[in-house]
Design a protein around this ligand. Structure first.
Ligand SMILES: Cc1ncc(COP(=O)(O)O)c(C=O)c1O
Length: 377
């Protein structure tokens, strides 16, 4: 698993534009979205939410008829509501068209050409290209054999040039969350003027009581930004709205490099509707159902002999171990079997396969496909 190269994630299109473009830009492959289904079946390739929109969300969207106007970007009510969860006011909340946009903003604002930003690997596929525009260099630290962040090695890897450290908890695509005690120890080793981003895109699904929780640590660290999103647990992936919580001065710098006017009024209304008491109640039930479904899926796959790492998000990770026990021989071959059966998953060549937790009926289908795949060996 540790030998996961970038090539295993994405392949360059090898197309040469008819105009002069930056060679460093052309050298970096673009982010590739999970596959789209071509036949009826389950789409378990993008960690999406299988539930319909939360109560009140579609109505709130329908009421936004003012789409001939730009949205008023301040969105104070939404920011206050989010801030309250972290014990801060709305000035500490930064909205963007997806939390991935904030990742780009922060790395661009903090790291100039030749500076470094640090992240674990394998982790979220967008991380390697975050420094592209600024010329910042990604420094990658392999996960541990149990697919967790190696925080001691990450602290050792911080140099004078490190401007940003990205922590992904739970880690996409492998699943484990960072433990609070490990996070606390790590933070004592990070220089106070180095930005740490705790990317908690899947935070709502975490059930491990020992996991770090952004709202519990934010106020202790002025150099910490916590990232969350409405895309996953709230099921608003298609509307593009995520947020960061942290020092307002950090977000003022991020705003300087942000694409203006990106958050739509429709997304704002959907997010606000997702945070009403009725929506929150439905949300809590759905998140609990997905976490239970995840645990059942992980347990069933472990019974097949697979070494599924701790799964704390809305997906499970099936490692590729070649002929060694505990994993599959070939991630791409397993993904091909899924695809043949009409179910899409996310393969990482030479590394493993990520399977999102989808509809209840998808669980036995996944288990069957994996069982049959293993039996063919
Ligand atoms: C770890 C992690 N961070 C951030 C994101 C970005 O989510 P969004 O831009 O939809 O908020 C994702 C999406 O898959 C993710 O897996």
């Amino acid at each position: 698993m540790l030998a996961w190269s970038l090539d295993s994630l994405v392949m360059s299109d090898n197309v040469v534009p008819p105009v002069r473009f930056r060679a460093d830009v052309l050298a970096v492959p673009a982010y590739r979205q999970g596959a789209t289904p071509t036949k009826p079946g389950y789409k378990l390739s993008s960690n999406e939410n299988p539930f319909e929109p939360l109560p009140g969300v579609l109505d709130a969207i329908a009421q936004r008829s003012d789409i001939n106007r730009y949205a008023a970007v301040a969105m104070p009510e939404l920011r206050e509501t989010i801030g309250a969860e972290f014990g801060v006011d709305g000035t500490h909340v930064h909205l963007a068209a997806g939390s991935v946009a904030i990742l780009f903003q922060l790395v661009q604002a903090a790291a100039a050409a030749g500076d470094e930003y640090l992240h674990a690997w394998p982790s979220f596929e967008a991380y390697p290209s975050l420094g592209l525009a600024s010329g910042a260099v990604a420094s990658r630290v392999p996960l541990t054999p149990t697919a967790e962040h190696d925080l001691d090695a990450m602290a050792d890897a911080i140099t004078e040039r490190t401007r940003v450290v990205l922590l992904c908890s739970p880690n996409n695509p492998t699943g484990p969350a960072i433990r609070r005690a490990d996070f606390d120890r790590f933070m004592t080793r990070v220089p106070a003027d180095t930005l740490v981003v705790l990317d908690e895109a899947y935070r709502e699904f975490v059930t491990d009581p020992e996991a770090v929780r952004g709202e519990e640590v934010l106020r202790q660290h002025p150099n910490l930004v916590v990232l969350r999103t409405f895309s996953k647990a709230y099921g608003l992936a298609g509307l593009r709205i995520g947020y960061g919580v942290g020092d307002p001065a950090i977000f003022a710098a991020a705003a300087s490099v942000a694409i203006p006017l990106s958050v739509t009024g429709i997304a704002e209304s959907a997010a606000r509707a997702s945070l009403t008491p009725a929506a929150r109640a439905a949300h809590a039930e759905r998140v609990a159902a997905l976490a239970e479904r995840r645990d059942a899926l992980a347990a069933a796959l472990r019974e097949l002999g697979l070494a599924i790492p701790q799964a704390q998000a809305n997906f499970v990770w099936i490692p590729e171990t070649g002929q060694a026990p505990g994993g599959v021989a070939d991630a791409l071959a397993l993904a091909a079997d899924f695809s043949e059966a009409g179910t899409l998953v996310r393969p990482f060549a030479g590394v493993g396969v990520r399977v999102s937790v989808g509809e209840p009926e998808s669980v036995p289908v996944v288990i069957d496909i994996v069982r049959q795949h293993l039996a063919q060996r």
